[in-house]
Write a protein that binds this ligand. Structure first.
Ligand code: GUN
Ligand code: ZN
Length: 464
């Protein structure tokens, strides 16, 4: 495995490359600002890329004139080019248990999740799952994900190795869990588990586009000692951009269990806070049964809450209320998460379809402007990466999803009845056809091409 960051190699390539089509990108948060001012939509646009980065974007005629000659221009008609989607919470190690029948969270973990994750001590199991996972997310236009591996170093290495091959910007790390899990998955000691995490952090954080997260699974599966050491590790490296990723307030049963395990602490968010786990790079999945004190802590500490609607519906725990999270007096940043394998698929667009239905049950309507913001720039803001990814803008990393407005004849026919682009996109989100994304670019390289026999392609700069 090459240890040289891929980004450095790409700086040697000065050739310009273009991608032409309709372009949609966000520049601000439509939940907190006038929605019309928060996006740019260019009907016939051109994105100019060199060395993996966007160097120009705008109306085709204007951009072509100020950039000629552009060697190669990929043209997408009847499509919308968007920033690559950002999946702020998922578990690649659970890809093989999507759609496992019958249980709510704790029983589902015991019956399906823990036995499956126990197999990831075997590096070959991890490598196969990583390959499958990357192909799935890339074919659904996801270019960055914040991903749980599991207990074993092998599961972390296999994930980052595959990410290096695609040159994707990914966040992952070893899962810390030293109680209430089977022996096959249990860390030997709190001390050793955090030492292994630090070793992996030093190995992977900043390697190419890879970023490390300290990942205590959730409060019930770590002793106080492990949570304290995890919090210390996070605080030691937070200034270098290391994350803390966990689950919070997913279901009422889980919240009760945490209250029994930590009877002297006021609420679940405070458990994490008193062990030093909350900070601006803390990402908490689910956040469905959050009380006002907890929202205030999450706001004060600048943590992100991740909306995982298909998983919340599938596991029947609770429902995320984005309007509570984003209450303007103490807003908490929100990103979208597929939460595989509680979640029912890899598509962030399909998560938006479920998010709409959940919002409707709560008497809120989530339109395409707001939901596509959450899938792109909102996710980048939740991960504090909004200066690198999540927008189509000069200086940004060229991670792009090409969304087809003609994925099949029915969808195309239906969209003819939509009056403007956002009506079209809303109907498209609702239908969420599986072949919605026709191409995906990572750092300017086409890693997925549906038009060309569903081909996947590693970064041309990667040398194994
Ligand atoms: N809480 C702790 N672990 C998990 C997990 O793997 N999936 C979900 N949905 N919730 C969790
Ligand atoms: Zn999860």
């Amino acid at each position: 495995m090459s240890k040289e960051p891929i980004e450095n190699k790409e700086y040697n390539n000065k050739e310009l490359k273009g991608i032409r089509g309709s372009i949609l990108t966000f520049k601000d948060n439509p939940f907190l600002n006038a929605p019309d001012k928060c996006y740019d939509f260019i009907k016939d646009g051109l994105i100019v890329i060199t060395n993996g980065h966007i160097v120009d974007v705008g109306d085709y005629q204007t951009v072509i004139e100020r950039n000629e000659p552009i060697g190669n221009i990929d043209v997408y008609r009847n499509s919308v080019i968007m920033p690559g989607f950002i999946d702020c919470h998922t578990h690649y190690v659970q890809s093989s248990i999507i759609g496992s029948f019958g249980n709510k969270l704790i029983d589902w973990l015991n019956q399906y999740t823990f036995p499956t994750e126990s197999k990831f001590k075997d590096k070959r199991v991890a490598e196969t799952a990583a390959k499958v996972f990357f192909r799935q997310i890339l074919s659904h236009g996801t270019t960055t994900a914040n991903v749980f591996a599991t207990t074993f170093e092998e599961s972390v290495d296999a994930f980052f190795e595959e990410s290096m091959r695609y040159n994707t910007r990914m966040i992952s790390g070893k899962v810390l869990q030293n109680r209430n899990v089977p022996a096959s998955l249990c860390d030997k000691s709190a001390e050793e588990s955090v030492e292994i995490s630090e070793h992996l952090l030093n190995k992977w954080h900043g390697q190419g586009r890879q970023l490390y997260a300290v990942i205590p699974r959730f409060a019930p599966t770590s002793t106080s000692r492990q949570l304290r050491l995890a919090g210390e590790l996070y605080q030691k490296y937070i200034d270098r951009g290391v994350y803390l990723h966990s689950h919070l307030d997913e279901s009422v049963e889980e919240v009760k269990w945490v209250a029994e395990l930590f009877p002297y602490i006021k609420n679940y968010a405070e458990v994490y806070d008193c062990f030093g786990m909350l900070g601006h790079l803390t990402v908490m999945a689910h956040c469905c049964v959050v009380n006002e004190d907890e929202w205030q802590i999450l706001h004060d500490k600048d943590c992100a809450a991740i909306h995982c609607p298909s998983s919340n519906l599938f596991l029947g725990g609770g429902q995320f209320k984005y309007w509570e999270a984003m209450e303007p007096s103490r807003p908490v940043k929100v990103g979208m998460g597929s939460d595989i394998g509680g979640g029912t698929g890899f598509s962030i667009i399909r998560e938006l379809a479920d998010a709409y239905k959940v919002a409707m049950i709560g008497s809120h309507n989530l339109d395409a402007i707001h939901s596509l913001y959450m899938a792109t720039r909102g996710g980048a803001e939740a991960l504090h990466l909004e200066d690198k990814i999540g927008s189509i803008k000069p200086g940004y990393e060229a991670d792009l999803a090409v969304v087809s407005l003609n994925p099949d004849s029915f969808t195309s026919w239906r969209l003819n009845y939509a009056l403007d682009i956002f009506e079209k996109l809303f109907a498209l989100i609702t239908l969420s056809p599986g072949n919605l994304v026709s191409a995906t670019y990572v750092a300017g390289h086409k890693v997925f091409d549906r038009m060309n026999g569903e081909q996947f392609s590693y970064s041309p700069n990667f040398k194994d």
